[in-house]
Design a protein around this ligand. Structure first.
Ligand code: HEM
Length: 408
């Protein structure tokens, strides 16, 4: 991570923003700054068989696309991978890639499992898990923060939500990493496809078990609900369970590893957190802005329209880049500085509008638990080896972070 190559704006014509290596191995901040200033709605040309797509970089334009799911639909896919492959077979059935009335109905059902009240026992369990994992890491002296600490937190919470038995959790975690294909430079689309199919099969079986079991988890909630008057079928239940794992595991994990990395890189901010000069809530928001684990979201234009004065044709793929909008100097003072006490902080790490992240409260609680745990239990942090980046055009962050933790 320390050897990331800075890409100069002059190289823009040679870049393909869909290339995972570009995001993993280079620093694009100068390119984003240039685009925001001079070409805020940029055309990334077609490569091979993949079509070209629009790249929206300013905070104001990004939020206007997010807000308008009529002009910009998610039903053609909501990430580059599916959009460029010509669509997502779960459209209209999985929450994130459903729009209109069906989206509103399905979201209402799922929301009831994500209120602060409903999440209370899960958040309490997250805090216990964080404390246990940090104490183990301190006792051992060294750890891989990504693998030994962060990996156990969000997946545990989602498995609690879904009622996944403890004995299956390690298997589900390894499938989740492969399904997004983001950990290795060499992982293939076929590996990801196999892992995705296995997750779906796993949830299809769990959903079948749960239909009659009287459990009080999300699977049982989905199985017992009606959307627009009709019950959900097994496919819809399975797809929405899958979407919770894929949406809420690696994203949250990357923000926690990113938090530890940010504290290592900014000792003054680490000391401010330890001294209590900065509150956990504002620190969580700044970590979310700083790490931006979901680099982009994607949409398809449903009509001839415009964004920021640029003509967009019906059917065009439009990508909005959270990574750029979260550093927009029109919205954030000194955007390239980590300031854990930053307020206001209008980051769009969880998107905006109708598809605003369903798991935002849970993710905030998880990151808050890690920051509070580090503050209360750890005296000194040290990086003991190179950080390894994830390879993805959608997820951004670190898959391995060797560290030494000394107890307070
Ligand atoms: C939606 C980011 C944690 C479940 C989204 C979207 C983003 C996002 C950007 C909008 C996608 C779009 O507009 O196309 C994140 C980040 C997280 C996080 C950065 C952690 C730091 C979670 C968690 C869960 C979750 C913990 C659940 C356990 C969802 C779901 C949606 C969603 C179900 C779809 C909402 C809808 O379409 O109405 N998330 N997320 N996310 N997220 Fe998260």
């Amino acid at each position: 991570m320390t050897t990331r190559r800075t890409i100069a704006p002059e190289e823009l014509d040679t870049l393909d923003l869909a290339d995972p290596r570009l995001h993993a191995e280079s620093d694009l901040s100068a390119v984003w700054r240039h685009l925001r200033e001079h070409e805020p709605v940029h055309w990334n040309p077609a490569t091979g068989s993949a079509p070209g797509f629009w790249v929206v970089t300013r905070h104001a334009d990004v939020t206007s696309v997010y807000r308008d799911s009529t002009r910009f639909t998610s039903e053609g896919g909501n990430v580059l991978e599916t959009l460029l492959a010509g669509g997502d077979s779960a459209a209209g059935r999985m929450l994130a890639i459903t729009d209109g009335e069906r989206h509103t109905g399905l979201r209402r059902v799922l929301m009831s499992a994500f209120t602060p009240r409903a999440l209370e026992p899960i958040v309490a369990s997250v805090r216990r898990t964080v404390e246990r994992l940090l104490r183990d890491a301190i006792e051992k002296g060294t750890c891989d923060f990504a693998v030994d600490v962060a990996a156990g937190i969000p997946l545990g919470a989602i498995c609690d939500l879904l009622g996944v038995p403890d004995s299956d959790r390690a298997h589900v975690l390894s499938l989740t990493s492969s399904a997004l294909g983001s950990h290795d430079a060499d992982s293939t689309a076929a590996d990801a496809w196999i892992a995705k199919s296995e997750i779906l099969l796993y949830f299809a079986n769990l959903a079948r078990d749960r239909r009659e079991s009287g459990h009080a988890d999300v699977i049982a909630l989905l199985a017992g609900s009606r959307v627009n008057g009709l019950p959900l079928d097994d496919d819809e239940i399975m797809l929405n369970c899958y979407s919770l794992i894929l949406g809420g595991d690696e994203t949250a994990r990357l923000s926690m590893v990113g938090a530890a990395h940010a504290l290592l890189d900014h000792p003054d901010q680490w000391r401010a957190l330890q001294r209590g000069d900065t509150g956990i809530d504002t620190a969580v928001e700044e970590i979310l802005r700083w790490t931006t684990p979901a680099l982009h979201s994607g949409r398809t234009a449903t009509t001839d329209t415009e964004i920021g004065g640029r003509a967009i044709t019906n059917g065009a793929v439009v990508t909005v880049w959270n990574a750029s909008a979260n550093r927009d100097e029109r919205v954030f003072d000194d955007p390239d500085r980590l300031r854990l006490d930053r307020t206001p902080n209008k980051h769009i790490t969880f998107a905006y509008g109708p598809h605003f992240c369903l798991g935002a409260y849970l993710a905030r609680a998880e990151i808050g638990a890690v920051l509070a745990g580090l503050r209360d239990l750890v005296a000194e942090l040290e990086q003991t080896g190179p950080a390894r980046p994830v390879y993805s055009n959608f997820l951004s962050g670190i898959s391995s972070l060797p560290m030494a933790l000394k107890g307070a």
